[in-house]
Write a protein that binds this ligand. Structure first.
Ligand code: AMP
Length: 300
């Protein structure tokens, strides 16, 4: 009952699409060959039955067969970028992180950059209009290059953004990554980015001891490859104060997005059991996918 009422609150929080949504709609429709078909969700393994045949062993075939539209949800520091980018490589689908779009805009010193800098460095959310404009431009550029499908990371972050997205296209699956709260802050503070290739690494070694019947958890650092080691930078919003603010904003603004997708049967909850080595094969299993390269390197 409680779940139902939370669901109906999320649905009624919907707003009528505005001009920004209409613009988004144009772009997403253009990118969405499946948008008029109905979407059925296979609750057993969390995959949309329409895309399941495409991801089961036929990943390298026709692009139309691997044109999935997935979203990654999860708190700051949970690892959305890491797993979305691995899945993007595996499936050959663009990984679009709205945080990266914002940081590119900041670095460009364009007209928006000083306004954005203040918002981002305080851990606040950028307005829907700005974020939709940046995302639309990214989708448009991808369309011009022949891209189709996407793995979104960092969008939607509010129920209004989710409504806009839901109004214009079928999201096949929303992967909700979860990690123990004690690890999130440490992971953000340990995050390092390669200033050249954009790769995400982590210097934090998380070792939570078992306590009061709660199991321990170990997450090894994620070191950069030698060619990135001298080019690592720390994000300006990965300070303790700003990360805590981002976590608060997640609870207030983004947690309801989980309910939004839960109500629609699209949410796949995934509790990260540890670091990438341990979690990646389990995530693939939950998605009914296989990574041949990973299997071979594990066997070597
Ligand atoms: P992220 O890299 O996803 O942590 O995003 C970094 C920052 O970009 C966030 O703290 C926000 O200021 C901004 N941002 C990214 N995505 C969104 C979004 N969907 N809505 C509003 N602001 C966003």
């Amino acid at each position: 009952m409680a779940v139902l009422s939370r669901c109906s609150r999320a649905v009624t929080a919907a707003t009528t699409p505005n001009a920004a949504a209409a613009k988004f709609s144009y772009l997403i429709r253009a990118l969405s060959p499946f948008s008029s078909s109905s979407s059925t969700f296979d609750a057993d393994n969390g995959l949309n039955s329409r895309i399941k045949p495409a991801v089961l062993g036929t990943l390298k075939r026709e692009p139309k067969d691997r044109n999935v539209q997935w979203v990654f949800l999860g708190c700051p520091g949970v690892g959305k970028g890491t797993y979305a980018s691995r899945l993007s490589d595996l499936l050959g689908i663009p990984h679009i992180a709205t945080g990266d779009l914002v940081r590119d805009e900041l670095a460009s010193s364009g007209p928006l950059s000083s306004q954005l800098k203040e918002i981002v460095n305080q851990g606040k959310l950028v307005s829907d209009e700005i974020i939709i404009d940046l995302l639309s431009k990214r989708l448009e550029a991808g369309e011009a290059k022949g891209e189709s499908g996407f793995i979104l990371d960092g969008f939607p972050r509010t129920v209004r953004q989710a409504e806009i997205l839901e109004g214009v296209t079928d999201i096949d699956l929303v992967i909700n990554l979860k990690l123990r709260e004690e690890a999130l802050l440490a992971k953000c503070l340990g995050r390092r980015i390669c200033s050249e290739c954009g790769g995400n690494y982590n210097v934090a070694c998380i070792d939570i001891k078992a306590e009061n019947g709660k199991p321990g958890m170990y997450m090894a650092p994620l070191p950069p490859p030698p060619q990135c080691a001298s080019k690592l930078i720390t994000r300006a919003d990965d300070t303790e104060e700003v990360v805590k603010q981002r976590l608060r904003i997640y609870q207030a603004m983004t947690l309801p997005v989980e309910d939004f997708y839960r109500c629609r049967g699209k949410l796949l909850e995934f509790d990260l059991p540890g670091g990438v080595r341990e979690s990646w094969p389990k995530l693939l299993h939950a998605l009914n996918l296989e990574d041949e390269e990973d299997k071979q390197s594990a066997a070597a």
